[in-house]
Design a protein around this ligand. Structure first.
Ligand SMILES: [Zn+2]
Ligand SMILES: [Zn+2]
Length: 134
């Protein structure tokens, strides 16, 4: 089982494995939403994601039509994103996970709009636009 929590600890959750690798999104929306060079997302089935605490703290921002970015309203940590059309699928923000997950990176996507100040130096697959469907 994988555990995670937001910065203030108000929101905590558990994920039942196994899960796929962490996907790195370089789009400009993720950059702003994370305040960082990219987003690191772990796709999980909603039925494998268990909110342990903080349901009342979660707020959603619809960053583009049909896409909610859900965050902790106390500390601002991004928690996951979800498409209205795919409520069964969450994209959990990997920075919230505890350190011992054993997970690796899967690939980079939206590299065509990556931050010019962040070089990509690994050998993982890079998708210039959207990632393959999961
Ligand atoms: Zn929080
Ligand atoms: Zn993105």
């Amino acid at each position: 089982m994988i555990r995670g929590r937001c910065l203030c600890g108000g929101v905590s959750f558990e994920i039942d494995g196994p899960v796929a690798g962490i996907q790195v999104c370089h789009c400009s929306e993720c950059r702003r939403a994370q305040g960082s060079a990219f987003g690191t997302n772990l796709p999980v089935s909603a039925d494998r994601f268990r909110l342990v605490s903080g349901a009342e703290l979660l707020k959603a921002y619809e960053s583009s039509p049909g896409k909610d970015r859900v965050f902790c309203s106390t500390c601002g940590s991004p928690v996951y994103s979800r498409l209205h059309a795919r409520p069964d699928r969450l994209r959990v923000r990997a920075g919230l996970l505890e350190d011992d997950t054993g997970l690796g990176l899967a690939f980079h996507f939206h590299t065509g709009s990556r931050a010019s100040w962040w070089p990509i130096t690994d050998d993982l697959t890079q998708y210039p636009e959207d990632r393959p469907a999961d």
